[in-house]
Write a protein that binds this ligand. Structure first.
Ligand SMILES: Nc1nc2c(ncn2[C@@H]2O[C@H](COP(=O)(O)OP(=O)(O)OP(=O)(O)O)[C@@H](O)[C@H]2O)c(=O)[nH]1
Ligand SMILES: [Mg+2]
Length: 545
């Protein structure tokens, strides 16, 4: 089904930019028209008055943005068990009544819509859940430690770098030292073993002799919180591309120590020891944010992307008449239903809610050979790689619009190619195996080294979750249409895209397997806010299709 969009075709009189003459906007454009006529008659261009769309470079919302963070998450360790005895009138030596230690707090992760950046996490480095409180007398258990929920923006990719799990380490150590256990026990006739004694907590009044001769019982093994069963299996690798209703458990808090009543036996009626709480898991994660905007703006530096974002949304992205004004991605939200009429979109989101807005990502400009790390490089393209629609912003006032568009497509395709290579390297470990003992041996025997490729050998390892960039719906925004003598450039671009649509001209990225629908070019003057409503309508059509 073609996108449900009104096309700006067929209204090309007497100017080439039909939006100047649309019914709704006619009155408001009269001053602009006279300004343009004036501009055409004289070479002097009147500077436009300052406004929200033509702000001084100092007027911008400062966004503290970070798309990468490395954080260490530490679950809460358990509180210690308590050594206590009942004390009441006429009971001189009451039974043990120490409470157990509380378990430590858990660490959760949740992707939420409100967050847009990882800067808060990048600053923190380490996040700790609360420690469980120690047990108390009168069989009072310690309180649980506070949980922490790490809230990240939707679109965050989480990878584990390292993990320290004291309980797992101890289990492994026991397994290794298990063989020696009998020998040690045989030598002196009884335990305890070294690692056990470190776990005990002794009554303050015990003497060193008591400790030396203490007959500690064996500790119960595998002291892990039952919640640990529900935590994400390590190594953590998550792609949080949807908002989550409930947080996901990354690391369960450690269990608390056992109070002294646990160790009452016939021989030891009043044990003067309890156990310490377990140490907690510590996971170091690398977080990377791939912004999940509905639309990604791709354009050369100074093309007018940020001005367009300002015109379409409430964004206060920085605008300046020089290249690389934008150094960090900006996200703007376009509100579709401002409660003044019927909503623009009838479509609903995946969760059934009606679509009331969509988001646009404005990234730093791409220069020619950005893939060779010119300009700011192409790494920012990862923010538009997941956008559902790509809008190529072309400045009509600066050079040939067709070659600008082709150049942008070239960089986008290069980005994708490099990305696929990178992913392939990750998933395709290559095993070099040679039957020869040395290079000389191989040369004398004149046989080739055998190379075994193991692992999947799919051409595009990004598939099927990520459609290729060439498959995405796209369109062109021809901006700065208010500048004099841009009509010819616009018309050439329009005719070029007509030929591409008709199949007479190859796709600007040179590939054949591309988005098959009609590609539109929409002329706008973002600085005056003219024509931007057409873009909104067109995008809604593409998003709804
Ligand atoms: N005449 C005219 N000027 C415009 C229009 N849109 C943007 N400009 C001007 O073009 C210059 C660059 O605009 P920006 O929005 O900062 O461009 P950008 O693409 O975000 O630039 P980078 O962030 O450097 O990539 C500013 O001086 C704007 O005022 C337009 O529609 N008409
Ligand atoms: Mg910008």
């Amino acid at each position: 089904m073609p996108p449900r969009c009104p096309t700006p075709q067929g209204t090309l009189t007497p100017f080439l930019y039909p939006f100047f003459f649309s019914q709704t906007t006619k009155a408001s454009f009269r001053p602009l028209l006279s300004a343009i006529r004036k501009q055409n008659n004289s070479t002097h261009i009147e500077p436009l008055p300052e406004s929200h769309l033509n702000p001084p470079p100092s007027d911008y919302g400062r966004t503290i943005f970070s798309d990468r963070a490395t954080v260490t998450l530490v679950a809460g360790s358990g509180g210690h068990g308590c050594i206590s005895f009942l004390r009441e009138k006429y009971i001189s030596a009451g039974p043990a009544n120490g409470g157990d230690g509380g378990s430590g707090g858990n660490v959760y992760i949740q992707a939420v819509r409100g967050e847009t950046s990882l800067h808060k996490l990048a600053r923190r480095n380490i996040l700790k859940a609360g420690r469980g409180k120690n047990g108390k007398g009168k069989t009072k258990g310690g309180e649980r430690g506070d949980d922490i929920v790490v809230q990240v923006p939707v679109g965050t990719v989480v990878r584990e770098i390292s993990r320290v799990d004291p309980v797992a380490d101890e289990e492994a150590r026991r397994r290794v030292e298990g063989g020696k256990e009998d020998a040690v026990e045989g030598a002196d006739g009884k335990g305890p073993w070294k690692w056990d004694r470190e776990k005990w907590l002794l009554y303050p009044a015990v003497t060193p002799e008591d400790i030396a001769t203490a007959d500690f019982p064996k500790l119960p093994r595998g002291r892990r919180s039952p919640l640990a069963m529900a935590q994400v299996k390590g190594p953590v690798a998550l792609d949080l591309s949807r908002p989550m209703d409930r947080p996901l458990l990354l690391a369960a808090g450690a269990v608390g120590g056992l109070g002294n009543p646990h160790f009452v036996s016939k021989t030891v009626p009043r044990p003067k020891y309890a156990t310490k709480g377990e140490e907690a898991v510590r996971i170091t994660l690398e977080l990377e944010l791939k912004l999940l905007a509905d639309v990604g703006l791709v354009g050369l530096p100074n093309a007018g992307k940020s001005t367009l974002l300002r015109a379409m949304s409430n964004s206060r992205a920085r605008v300046g008449n020089w290249a690389f004004t934008t150094l960090q991605p900006n996200i703007g939200t376009v509100v579709l239903d401002n409660n003044k009429g019927r909503p623009l979109s009838q479509a609903s989101l995946e969760n059934g809610e009606p679509r009331t807005n969509f988001t646009i990502a404005d990234i730093p400009g791409l220069v020619e050979d950005a893939h060779l790390d010119r300009g700011l490089g192409i790494s920012f393209l990862r923010h538009v790689e997941r956008a559902r629609v790509l809008a190529f912003v072309v400045d009509l006032g600066k050079g040939d619009a067709i070659s600008a568009l082709k150049g942008l497509w070239k960089e986008v395709s290069e980005y994708e190619r490099m990305k696929i290579e990178e992913e392939k390297e990750l998933i395709e470990p290559i095993v070099h195996w040679s039957p020869f003992t040395s290079v000389e041996d191989a040369l004398t025997n004149r046989q080739e080294t055998i190379i075994i490729n193991s692992g999947p050998t799919v051409e595009n390892p990004l598939a099927p979750e990520l459609p290729s960039i060439a498959d995405k719906p796209w369109f062109v925004v021809a901006t700065k249409a208010d500048l004099p003598d841009t009509q010819e450039n616009y018309q050439n671009l329009k005719q070029y895209l007509e030929r591409v649509n008709a199949g007479d001209e190859p796709h600007p990225n040179g590939q054949t397997n591309v988005w098959p629908k009609r590609v539109e070019v929409i002329p706008v003057s973002a600085i005056n806010g003219h024509g931007v409503e057409k873009i909104t309508e067109w995008i809604v059509g593409l998003l709804d299709a």
